[in-house]
Design a protein around this ligand. Sequence first.
Ligand code: GLN
Length: 193
Amino acid sequence: MRIGVLGLQGAFREHVMTFEALGVATVVVRLPEQLSDINGLVIPGGESTAIGKLMMAYGFYDAIRQQHGAGMAVWGTCAGAILVAHEVLDAVPGQETLGIMDVAVRRNAYGRQVDSFEADLDFKHLEGDAFRGVFIRAPWIERVGEEVEVLAEHDGHIVAARERDMMATAFHPELTGDPRVHRFFLDHVVASS
Ligand code: GLN
């Protein structure tokens, strides 16, 4: 088992640290060639337009679609959730996504920077207490396709979902020190790819 975290921009180091704390071999992915030896890829939070531009420049769009087709699981957090979505509402004009997950995601849904907040979430399948969600200029998931399982909602909006070997979270589980969502990704999302 080996996990890659896309390291072009944003909060990728925290994901690496969380997986390493779980004892999982983790690599920072900076080139498309690195995708061939990982079982799962995390596209981190950050700025979806910046990450998307760098992904385009390095040829990641085709490479991720291809490796995902060959069995690589994918998890997008925050900006990453925007980048995996079929549809983005309030996108920057011309913003391109991977379009691999059957969800419509609304960018900056809660407003601007000042609207960053934390909230306790009832995250399906996790044992124990509520999961503390850290939302930073977060999107929410406005619609999900038939094959998509809703994992968490906040204030009537979907903030985490899973479709077979893909997961999207609107918040930042890597910033809480609570590894349960990372564990869920390994045990259920990667395991089903
Ligand atoms: N608002 C950012 C975007 O549109 C996402 C913010 C985040 O990833 N924390 O890409």
